[in-house]
Design a protein around this ligand. Sequence first.
Ligand code: NG1
Ligand code: ZN
Length: 531
Amino acid sequence: PAVKKAITEAALQYTKPEGKVFEYGTAGFRMKADLLNTVVFAVGLLASLRSKKLSGQWIGVMVTASHNPAEDNGVKLVDPMGEMLEAEWEAYATRLANAPLESIADVYDELVKEIDVKIANPARVVFARDTRASGSRLVGVLSAALTATEVEFIDFKFMTTPQLHYVVRCKNTLGTQYEYGEPTEQGYYEKLANSFKKVMRGVKVQGGLTVDCANGVGGPKLRELMKFLSGIDIKVVNDDVINPDSLNFDCGADYVKTKQRAPPSSKAAQLDRCASLDGDADRLVYYFQDESNVFRLLDGDRIATLAASFIGDLARSAGIASKMKIGVVQTAYANGSSTDYIEKVLKLPIICTNTGVKHLHHAALRFDVGVYFEANGHGTVTFSENALKVIKNTEPQSPAQQHALESLQALTDLINQAVGDALSDMLLVEAILAHKGWSPKEWLGTYTDLPSRLVRVEVNDRSIFKAYDAERKLESPVGLQGTIESLQSRYNKGRSFARASGTEDAVRVYAEAASRSEADDLATRVANAVS
Ligand code: NG1
Ligand code: ZN
């Protein structure tokens, strides 16, 4: 009853935006920052319930809107192993966020009974935020909800999203056989830098790397990481976190991927290796300007194929390929050429899942080594307990085998297995290119992307667009799927699909085909059929 009173009192400090319905989606709650107070308060209450339900394990709360404009913000929960919130709990988040403030304490109580939470259990929460101006107000609201529910909490201030996921996993594995690292920002840098050094034994990074940080939290954090790194020459650009409007503006991974061009501010010369992070540093894409000054993108599909081929080679050199099942997870947005390359050249199994990294992550866990990336650059590699054991316990029969085993071992530390992490993925790519002795040009040369186009279509009601077959087909509106199929059959290598966005009020249309004009044409025709 004391807690109930405290919740109500704290909640009534805020005002609920009228007539707005909130939904915990693929990326948690995300919207204009000034609408978020009561949503963040609700998330604080849910974090407390989640931690108590899991006997006081640490839960993470990240305040960020990733690649969205500066005036937006968002909030999402992180589960104990650094994974996204369990899907079943998304509905509880939605319920709390929509509860009237006068009765939000009653909804909290209802959930305690419904989910069977032992209210006497301790609750522990860590939280952090990106560089958005609204972040400080929102973590204030979060602290109020945590204080009202008597939660023990730690404020990690500014962090990238993957850093917070890392800290959560470290906190919950401390002192167990699954210990993941020191639960501090410094521990994160040390783990990455030490494992990078091990992976780089005997090879050298060729040339420098320019990293566009989207004017977000990735900028200062990359600069910190660089203090721990050696043997790599990184030039940081777009790291202005003082001017709040510059965040994700004309730069960053989302800009580069959707516009298929370098940030206008880029001063890179031909063949210079460039990379872009997004606003909370969980997405990464590479690119360069070729000899004819044509922009060349190396996106998430490319990182996936590069990582899968490298890990496959290492496993063979280490003599453990038959003991570790390597697989790749993609979504419908993966370029058809990447899918072909994985199947026909790398000869690896592929799972296609719904959009959203939580789906990819879960599918990846079905492999011993699960390489998953969304085309937009969000992804990582997971290693099963079996894989970790095999890598650790195999007796090398030769120096070459030993070197391969040690490299694999170091890779398992370099890769942030909790979640896609642009800084960790960047070091992974740099290490692989160094091992292969490749410039971005050779990397690009592994296969040829089909020209593709992504179009955003505004519709009256996107909820009528119901997809199946990993979102590659539509069952509703009736007849539309037939139209799309007949359109795509008219183009050489034509493939197209439409699905309702999970993060925006729109339908996305994707099309690829053998030539640029065919891909554009197909996209336009399918978009017309949708709207
Ligand atoms: P939606 O809005 O559901 O398409 C977008 C991205 C996803 C994922 C989420 C979360 C595309 C086509 N879609 O989802 O891949 O990253 O945002 O951030 O890139
Ligand atoms: Zn992001």
